[in-house]
Design a protein around this ligand. Sequence first.
Ligand code: THU
Length: 160
Amino acid sequence: MKEIKLEIRIHSLQYDELTPQDRELIDKAKEATSRSYAPYSKFSVGAAALLKNGVIVTGTNQENAAYPSGTCAERTTLFYANSQYLPTQPVLTLAIAARSESGYLDTPIPPCGACRQVLLETEQRYQQPMRILLYGEKAIYEIDGTKDLLPLSFGGEFLK
Ligand code: THU
């Protein structure tokens, strides 16, 4: 038997260690949480995508009384960015922030599995890594691309 180890790398930073551009993106993701529609979970998620042309697109989670009909902030944001700007404007960085009724989470909010799959495919469509910033009150995780978020991934290349 052979063991295969996959390594992922995450940088943990404080807000004041971020570049001004990353700070702005985190601020926009946090601000976006106020436009979340989360009457059921009361868990408000915001995402902000920086495109190559400098435009920042934001999105939030949108829930529905028929629960599976809702969608996460990351997918709202990336699908909108792809609908408006693909193929000329890759998403360079995606920032994500979340707060419950008691405030922003202390630990960085990781995207759900379904969103990771969408992040991966967006990255593949643009053929360049998408940086990911996960906001937490106590730390911010900076991830270089989906390879460090979704190792051993399934993608369109298997269907060829
Ligand atoms: N949610 C997101 O928007 N992004 C994630 O990565 C995790 C979960 C939303 C979905 C749902 O509206 C609420 O948070 C609770 O799961």
